[in-house]
Design a binder for this molecule. Structure first.
Ligand SMILES: *Cc1c(COP(=O)(O)O)cnc(C)c1O
Length: 399
């Protein structure tokens, strides 16, 4: 059967204990065993279908994990308490002291801070590269390199990674290609393009209601088992476990992701085209002017569009701040970090979500002071939103 991410979620069936249309929530941290022998076997990882303790696994977390694995086309997945709680164990599971990571330099601020400031304490070093230049990526690989890391669509600059090209490099040098697909769920399927492991912050589009943090690692059964191993599994031992009540609520939101992504993409495309036509410096992968527009097109599952994220550059931080405050006053969205909400969210990444990145490095990668990152909401009347946003810009002499 053809790989269809949203169908794959839709086709899963889980019933509740009494035939409920939603699976029952497993409201337990520990599980009884009928025999002591089964408990021992479970500890050893040899008793399929038995639960031991909910930091290791729980029925609710497995339901959500299986749905996300179906979406990404991996054998299985493990859900975590946050996106960072998914990403950091992957690095620590795959790298020993003395080993090396090659990472895109335009990545989520927290991931950047972890690789820049934290893993060097464990003698794991990272070289940050311009991920859009495959020859630069390859030149950074050393005999100690274990991981090639990128975001399919990067935060906040919306650079697009050539996942097929990176997968070929990973294969050639025997590395794992790990892709953070938080900005482009359903639109891009990294595994289909050759990635080994996909991570997400569920906090954003996937959950979509800005009411919780969460994360997932999608990969092979072998790798997920390693992460959850009671003796040396980074996910198990670092303890960033999602709570069952929360995984049940994320699973319910996941079921409408395809409809939400279509509307986010539709609205973002409309605004990006209008902003660009007005002469604003606009970055959106769906615009023909985006340097990786064709690449995105060649990778995407077309139906879900180019996603809900766009940036504009209004020149200075003062102007950016004034515009964001005025838009918020007029209820066009919220001045808030994060993304994937029904309401438009905007922030100036240089002074917020990417402030972990030193100013010189921000300048070098093109992250300017006047940049505003938008996560476009699910507005029913995007023409009205545009008219009102434009009025704000005219009032502030931006247009
Ligand atoms: C938010 C985000 C993360 C971190 O996720 P949390 O749920 O906040 O821990 C990682 N990667 C990207 C691309 C993000 O946007």
């Amino acid at each position: 059967m053809a790989f269809k991410p949203a169908n794959n979620i839709q086709d899963l069936q889980y019933f509740g204990e009494f035939g409920g249309v939603n699976p029952s929530i497993s409201d337990s941290s520990t599980y009884t065993f009928l025999s002591a022998k089964t408990m021992f076997d479970t500890f050893e990882g040899n008793a399929d279908g038995c639960y031991l303790y909910s930091r290791h696994s729980s029925p609710s977390n497995l339901y959500l994990g299986e749905a996300l694995a179906a979406m990404e086309g991996t054998e299985t997945a493990t859900v975590t308490a946050s996106g960072m709680g998914a990403i950091t164990p992957v690095f620590l599971q795959l790298c020993d002291a003395g080993e090396h990571i090659v990472s895109s330099r335009t990545i989520y601020g927290g991931t950047y801070a972890f690789l820049k400031n934290f893993t060097p304490r464990l003698a794991i070093d990272t070289t940050f590269v311009d991920i859009t230049k495959l020859e630069v990526v390859e030149a950074a690989i050393t005999p100690k390199t274990k991981i090639l890391y990128c975001e399919s669509v990067s935060n906040p600059l919306l650079e697009v990674a050539d996942i097929k090209g990176l997968a070929a490099l990973a294969k050639k040098h025997n590395l794992k290609l790990v892709v953070d697909n938080t900005f482009s769920p359903l639109s891009i399927s990294p595994i289909k393009l050759g990635a080994d492991i996909v991570v997400h912050s569920l906090t954003k589009f996937i959950n979509g209601s800005s009411d919780t943090v969460g994360g997932v690692v999608c990969g092979t059964q072998e790798f997920i088992d390693q992460l959850r191993n009671v003796n040396d599994g980074a996910a198990m031992l670092l303890g960033s476990t999602m709570d069952s009540l929360r995984s049940a609520s994320v699973l319910k939101n996941l079921r409408t992701l395809h409809i939400r992504m279509q509307q986010h993409s539709l609205n973002a495309t409309y605004l990006a085209e209008k902003f660009e036509a007005d002469g604003l410096k606009t970055v959106y992968p769906g615009l023909a002017s985006h340097p990786s527009h064709d690449l995105f097109k060649s990778m995407m599952n077309e139906k879900y569009g180019f996603g809900g994220m766009l940036t504009i550059d209004v020149g200075t931080l003062d102007k950016a701040n004034a515009l964001m405050e005025l838009m918020q006053e007029r209820n066009l969205g919220y001045l808030a970090v994060s993304l994937g909400f029904y309401k438009t969210l905007f922030s100036a990444p240089g002074s917020s979500t990417s402030s972990e990145i030193p100013e010189e490095e921000q300048a070098e990668m093109g992250l300017s002071d006047g940049l505003i990152r938008f996560s476009i909401g699910l507005d029913a009347d995007i023409e009205r939103t545009y008219d009102m946003m434009k009025a704000c810009m005219v009032e502030l002499n931006i247009l």
